[in-house]
Design a protein around this ligand. Structure first.
Ligand code: 3HC
Length: 711
């Protein structure tokens, strides 16, 4: 886990724990042993380097769940050993020196960094703070303000910036671990013998510009504003404050440990660590090990907002794409819109003129699939109106012109992939690629598996998603796939709540208070109220006899209030994009209730939240039961990246299991109670899997603590 060798008079300690040299127990022991070996060998200096692709990328995150990070030697103890080393120490940073990895480097006397390396303290993304001295050493090395910025943003720094801040002492051209280690050994050889006390970061003074009270008051307020309800950024500021105020470095460290322990034991850290692993699970497709086909060109059919956004996704990654629409005017308008979107990014300094040019050159247009440019594409994404017959006609055409092995994908959000595939002679090459609007911005991609989609097809769209920079989740074929299926009951209950006594704000406020970016009605105003309306009209068999029809939603669409695009929906948008309560809507709803013979009543925020969220979670369990979702954590990713669910809650399934009071047992009981009181749809029928999981959780809760844990 760490190997020591002497090169001349310099000791080289190489940390080896693939894939990212995380600082698990074996590595921690290896470092302590290596320091002892260096001392025993009389090394004049010690270089710490990472084997393989990177310097350690942090503590071993998997250990936090088991408490393994507390097994000695802890990372704090390893770092203290380095801090007190009797010879100069040099960190040779390549790859990604992150979290505990950078904290190890901060405890070294010198830092040599590859020009291609990144370093940073991303613990905040895991709901933690740098808990191995990072909050105490980084401000001493580079000052409080930049240190707080690095730690509260969690964003990595390149070598040039690290050098400018004084974090890296030397930037070297080598990129690979061998080369950087060699350069660091050379650097160490040139050092004078003995430790220069001014290089010991923990011994440096810490001055706060403008005074402690004013500086940290402003820093905490800034962190609070940016924190989206998360606690870790605030405690990072508090830990740095302790670095400034504590009577000794050790006292500051001890405060850091307390704050770290507080975060580590809290729900936010658990949720964010769940998200970390969930993000890395999504690309793993159970039972598929076929290699992906190369995607070097694409065609997008339909030059609407969605088609334009999808074309931009390809162009952004340098993949030539043909935008196809039979209307030259539609193509012209869309190309103008795409250019305008890129130009807006240039104006904001987010894109260079050169890149704008390169991206626009990636996009060509055609008014027919017969155009020769269309027949050579490796992959097609159909993005026309949500009408089955139209989509089938396009797939028939695609079948006739596409080369063998090309992927035929549909961006449908609700239609049956198998029915679409049936229009072709190659259903094995057909699947869904459900982008979320605006496609060039939203990070989620639901790839949908048809019953005949081949392993190669699935491997290719999953790889494509990654290449486009999306979080690609594999879903099964059903109405709405994962996200829109789960959101169905959530939206329908929102209409019924209006009918029973709420005004729009009463429905949206509790959902926003939970931390979602917007409530269900605001979401519909943003997406367009006509979307759901058209789906209901086009798919008359959508609801069964057990489903209450959302007539109120039809009525508001028929009143021409389609949401933000008509400046009026469930709210008024005459003055801009902020939803404003509209007395007309309140009156409209009241009249509707009267017409339906419903006596309106006051509905608590708790009931509103439960009636929106519980059907969603229930449907999530049904998705698992039916194999529509591969794993619970995939569902969470869909909601984090497609629907603005707050990361600190880990996603709806994590929230249901671990954060909502009473966990699954109470949720299952509440679901059944609401379902009996408001039998509005099959989304209230409890999922067998949910009931099973609730029973398991109840049993685990009732079981006595294991003896070892109570001893
Ligand atoms: N601990 C445990 N496993 C880790 C890990 C870590 N710190 N970092 C990455 N891994 C695992 C991933 O889960 C993944 O495993 P899998 O192949 O089984 O799914 C594998 O390493 C490769 O990771 P990625 O797929 O993310 O590989 P990339 O090349 O895309 O990215 C990376 C590499 C930039 C290092 C990225 O993995 C990353 O950002 N890791 C987390 C870094 C981090 O948050 N460090 C701080 C940890 S907390 C800490 O140090 C606390 C301390 O202050 C006390």
């Amino acid at each position: 886990m760490a190997t020591f060798k002497l090169i001349g008079r310099v000791g080289l300690l190489k940390i080896s724990s693939p894939p990212v040299n995380a600082l698990g127990l074996a590595v921690r022991k290896g470092i302590v042993d290596g320091i002892a070996q260096a001392e025993k060998a009389g090394a004049k200096a010690l270089v710490l380097a990472g084997d393989g692709v990177t310097f350690p990328a942090g503590a071993d995150i998997a250990e936090f769940a088991t408490g393994g990070h507390r097994t000695q030697p802890t990372l704090g103890e390893v770092i203290e050993r380095l801090d007190k080393a009797s010879m100069p120490t040099v960190a040779a940073m390549h790859g990604t020196a992150l979290g505990g990895g950078l904290e190890v480097a901060l405890a070294c006397h010198w830092r040599v960094m590859s020009k291609a390396a990144k370093c940073g303290l991303p613990e905040v993304h895991l709901g933690l703070l740098p808990g191995a001295g990072g909050t105490q050493r980084l401000p001493r090395l580079i000052g409080c303000a930049p240190a707080i910025k690095i730690m509260t943003s969690g964003a990595p720094l390149g070598a040039a910036e690290a050098a400018k801040l004084g974090l890296a002492d030397e930037v070297v051209a080598a990129v690979d671990g061998e080369g950087v280690a060699e350069a660091a050994v050379g650097f160490a050889e040139a050092l004078a013998d003995g430790v220069d006390p001014s290089r010991v970061v923990s011994a440096r003074p810490l001055e706060v510009e403008g005074g402690v009270e004013a500086f940290f008051g402003a820093a905490r307020e800034g962190a609070r504003k940016a924190a989206k309800g998360e606690l870790a950024p605030l405690l990072i500021v508090d830990a740095v404050r302790a670095a400034a105020e504590a009577p000794s470095f050790e006292a500051g460290l001890s405060r850091e440990s307390e704050l770290f322990a507080q975060l580590a034991a809290g729900p936010e850290a658990r949720a964010l660590q769940h998200v970390f692993f969930a993000e890395r699970q999504i690309s793993k497709v159970v039972g598929v090990d076929a290699p992906p086909r190369p995607i070097e060109s694409a065609a997008v059919i339909g030059a609407g907002t969605m088609g334009g956004g999808i074309a931009m996704c390809f162009a952004n990654k340098g993949i030539p794409v043909t935008l196809v629409d039979k209307s030259p005017e539609a193509l012209e308008t869309r190309i103008g819109g795409i250019r305008a979107a890129y130009e807006a990014n240039v104006a904001k300094g987010k894109l260079s003129e050169d890149k704008l040019g390169a991206r626009m050159r990636c996009i060509s247009t055609a008014t027919s699939l017969d155009d020769p440019a269309c027949s050579t594409a490796d992959l097609y994404v159909e993005a026309v109106f949500e009408r089955l017959e139209l989509k089938k006609a396009i797939f028939k055409e695609l079948d006739a012109i596409a080369k063998p092995g090309a992927l035929l994908c549909t961006n449908t959000s609700t239609l049956d992939i198998d029915k679409i595939a049936s229009a072709t002679s190659r259903p094995q090459d057909v699947c869904g690629t459900h982008f979320f609007s605006p496609a060039n911005i939203m990070p989620l991609l639901e790839n949908v598996r048809g019953s005949a989609s081949s392993g190669e097809t699935l491997a290719t769209v999953m790889a494509m998603g990654k290449k486009l920079g999306k979080k690609a989740v594999l879903a099964g074929n059903c109405f709405g796939f994962i996200g829109n299926r789960m959101i169905e009951g959530y939206c329908r209950e929102s209409y019924f709540l209006l009918e029973e006594g709420c005004v729009p704000r009463d429905v949206d406020a509790p959902v926003r208070a939970l931390g979602l970016a917007m409530g269900p009605l605001q979401m519909q105003d943003l997406a367009g109220i006509d979307i759901g309306y058209n789906i209901r009209k086009d798919q008359p068999d959508l609801y069964g006899p057990a489903d209450r029809y959302p007539l109120l939603a039809d009525r508001i669409a028929e009143a021409g209030r389609l949401g933000q695009k008509t400046k009026a929906g469930w709210y008024d948008y005459a003055a801009g994009r902020n939803p404003v309560d509209d007395p007309w809507v309140a009156d409209f709803i009241e009249k509707f209730s009267a017409e339906q013979g419903v006596t309106r009543r006051a509905i608590s925020a708790e009931e509103v939240l439960d009636r929106c969220m519980l059907p969603m979670v229930n449907e999530g369990f049904k998705c698992l039961e039916e194999g529509i979702a591969q794993r619970e954590s995939d569902i969470d990713i869909v909601f984090l990246y497609g629907y603005g669910f707050p990361r600190r809650l880990g996603g709806p399934m994590h929230w249901a299991r671990h954060i909502r009071e009473g966990g699954l047992p109470k949720l299952a009981a509440d679901l059944q109670r609401y379902g009996a009181e408001h039998p509005n749809g099959t989304y209230w029928t409890p999922s067998a899997l949910l009931l099973e999981e609730a029973a398991v959780a109840a049993e685990a809760e009732a079981a006595p603590e294991p003896a070892a844990a109570t001893a």
